[in-house]
Write a new protein. Structure first.
Length: 164
C-alpha cells in the first residue's frame, strides 16, 4: 500500500508542467475565498459573444472554475476536474475547459531537496539522480493554472490564472 501511494505521488508530481505565458491577455489573480473573473469576446457558431472565466480559490479546499456566456453557465468544475478537462454545451455547441496546473520548483540548493532525495535514494530501486529529480518535483509549488476554453479543437479563450 505504501509503495502504491509513493508511486501515485511521484506520478502526480511528474505531471506538473512549469508556468507558461501562452495566454490571450492579462493574468487573472485568484484570491482565497473570493470569486474573480475575466471576460473576453469569443466567436461561437459564427456569433461574437462575451465569455467570462471565473475562479473562486478555496481556502484549504478545491478551487472552483466557471465559464459563463451571458447569464448562462456553460462549464463548471473544481480544479481536479479541470486538470483533465470538463465539457459543457452552449446553444448546441460542445465546449470544454481545461486548466493545466503550473508549478515552481524549489531552489536547487534547498536543504529539503537534499534531505528528501537522500531518504529516497536509500531504496534499492531508485538511483540518486532519480531521487533528486523526484524530490524537486514533489517539493514544487503550484503557482497557477493555464485555462483553455475550447469549442471542439478550436481555442476560444486562454487565461493564465495566478495564485498568490
Amino acid at each position: 500500500m505504501k509503495k502504491q501511494l509513493v508511486l501515485l505521488t511521484i506520478a502526480t508530481a511528474m505531471s506538473i508542467p512549469a508556468l507558461a505565458a501562452d495566454t490571450d491577455g492579462e493574468p487573472l489573480t485568484a484570491v482565497p475565498g473570493r470569486t474573480v473573473c475575466q471576460a473576453r469576446p469569443v466567436a461561437i457558431g459564427g456569433k461574437q459573444v462575451d465569455a467570462k472565466l471565473c475562479v473562486t480559490e478555496g481556502s484549504m479546499s478545491h478551487d472552483k472554475y466557471v465559464v459563463k456566456i451571458g447569464w448562462s453557465t456553460v462549464v463548471e468544475g473544481i480544479d481536479d476536474e479541470t486538470t483533465k478537462g470538463i465539457a459543457g454545451m452552449y446553444k448546441g455547441s460542445p465546449v470544454s475547459l481545461t486548466c493545466e496546473p503550473q508549478s515552481k520548483p524549489p531552489a536547487a540548493d534547498d536543504p529539503m531537496v537534499a534531505s528528501m532525495a537522500k531518504s529516497m535514494a536509500a531504496r534499492p530501486d531508485v538511483t540518486s539522480e532519480q531521487a533528486h529529480d523526484l524530490a524537486m518535483k514533489m517539493l514544487s509549488t503550484e503557482v497557477g493554472r493555464l485555462c483553455q476554453f475550447r469549442q471542439g479543437d478550436q481555442d476560444l479563450m486562454s487565461v493564465q490564472v495566478k495564485f498568490l
